[in-house]
Write a protein that binds this ligand. Structure first.
Ligand SMILES: *Cc1c(COP(=O)(O)O)cnc(C)c1O
Length: 400
């Protein structure tokens, strides 16, 4: 194992010609401990946000025992990586073969659904099992979130009563779940959704054993600074406490982004500058999908040994592929004297960033380096402000 100095040291020592993925297990562990200690219920990690086995092991070691999986490949991956983990198959539209394999081979007992057809499918695939935990997914508003999840899944109010009653008959434990959309910017998103849950329970007059408030817990990005997570937890706790549910009911959540956004960042190199446009060696088909297609702004930092005295200037990025759409509008604020050969760290890419990389056009990032410095921002440590300049960190190279 190589020991280098800092994230800056990764750039200056390795001088990488291809992008390098940095991982920070300590940041994911801190996020996991926060949810385990402070969320007033059970936290299921939503694996799609970042399915890296190293990350799964880190979360497990920090107390995350339940995993929200959405495909049979995720079921297999988590079962093989963490044999003791409890898996919850929370995609409302599943292949029947996937349900059967999950139930019979991997012992999965928890499934979500939003139609009668899916309920019938689950019962058929499991041989009318009597030990199922079935969560009915309600459609709720995504108006308070940066990324909508409102249009694709979720039973409408008119269909919920019949579905809850039928699912109650079939299930050993009945749950109600929803997803307010990703990067929910106010706790109100959850309290509003829980009002829908209340109406559905009252209307169907069923006993409910699990309330699952889904994902959507925010991370922190330039221009998107959410309230503290404790305020979300308090609001959810108060709203859930007052629901007409069974005395022994459980409260669950399914954080993806919030558990792993701080886990990864990326070092890229500037290959060309054209005015205020920087041509960098990663982009829309790499870890920067959201920067390109959703206009998400990630924090950036120039990694240059001697630093820069130049004023900050707004830049946009072009990725390395030959595709015009491989463009990230930003704006990304960097010193005005930046140019070819300079390295940039792009932060907060642990969720829906590094997990979405493709090898399109032959551009990829094979080098993974574990660093011990702090992420560029944090929901879990208020003292993290430009940490890299303040602290010297250890770098452990774990793959090339
Ligand atoms: C994507 C997803 C999550 C995680 O969402 P985040 O916004 O990353 O917290 C949780 N539950 C379900 C059902 C999802 O589809």
């Amino acid at each position: 194992m190589h020991k280098l100095h800092s994230a800056l040291g990764v750039a200056t020592t390795l001088k990488p010609a291809a992008p390098v993925t940095l991982i920070r297990p300590q940041a994911a562990a801190r996020a996991a401990r926060f949810f385990v200690e402070k969320f007033p219920g059970k936290s299921l990690y939503a694996v799609k946000a970042n399915p890296s086995p190293d990350l799964l092991r880190t979360l497990w070691a920090s107390g995350i025992t339940h995993y929200d999986v959405a495909s049979i490949a995720e079921v297999r991956l988590v079962a093989e990586t963490l044999p003791e983990a409890k898996l919850c198959f929370m995609h409302p539209v599943k292949a029947e073969e996937a349900i059967a394999e999950a139930y019979h081979r991997y012992g999965v007992r928890t499934f979500s659904l939003d139609t009668m057809e899916e309920l019938t499918k689950i019962m058929r695939a499991t041989g009318n099992a009597t030990d199922l935990e079935l969560c009915v997914r309600l459609r709720v508003s995504s108006e308070h979130s940066e990324l909508s999840l409102a249009s694709k899944f979720g039973a409408e109010l008119g269909e919920v009563k019949e579905l809850l009653m039928a699912t109650r008959q079939a299930a050993d434990a009945l749950g109600i779940c929803f997803h307010v959309g990703s990067q929910a910017m106010t706790p109100h998103a959850y309290t509003q959704a829980l009002e829908r849950v209340r109406a559905a329970i009252v209307d169907a007059a069923v006993t409910v054993d699990i309330i699952d408030v889904g994902g959507g817990f925010p991370s922190i990005y330039p221009g998107m600074e959410p309230p503290a997570l404790e305020l979300y937890f308090d609001a959810i706790y108060r709203a859930a406490e007052s629901l007409p549910v069974s005395y022994s009911s459980e409260l669950w959540c399914e954080p993806g982004r919030a558990l792993c956004a701080e886990y990864s960042s990326l070092i890229v190199r500037v290959e060309r500058r054209r005015g205020d446009e920087l041509y960098i060696n990663d982009g829309a088909y790499g870890a920067l999908f959201d920067a390109a297609h959703v206009g998400w702004r990630f924090p950036v930092d120039l990694l240059r040994e001697e630093g820069s005295e130049a004023e900050m200037q707004a830049f946009s990025f072009y990725g390395p592929t030959c595709d015009d759409m491989d463009h990230m509008a930003g704006p990304f604020l960097l010193p005005a004297d930046i140019g070819p050969g300079d390295y940039i760290e792009i932060g907060m890419l642990g969720a829906y960033g590094c997990a979405m990389r493709t090898g399109f056009n032959g551009f990829t990032a094979e080098t993974l380096v574990e660093v011990t410095d702090e992420p560029m921002a944090s929901m879990y440590d208020d003292s993290i402000v430009e940490p890299r300049r303040a602290k010297s960190a250890t770098v452990v190279q774990i793959g090339q």
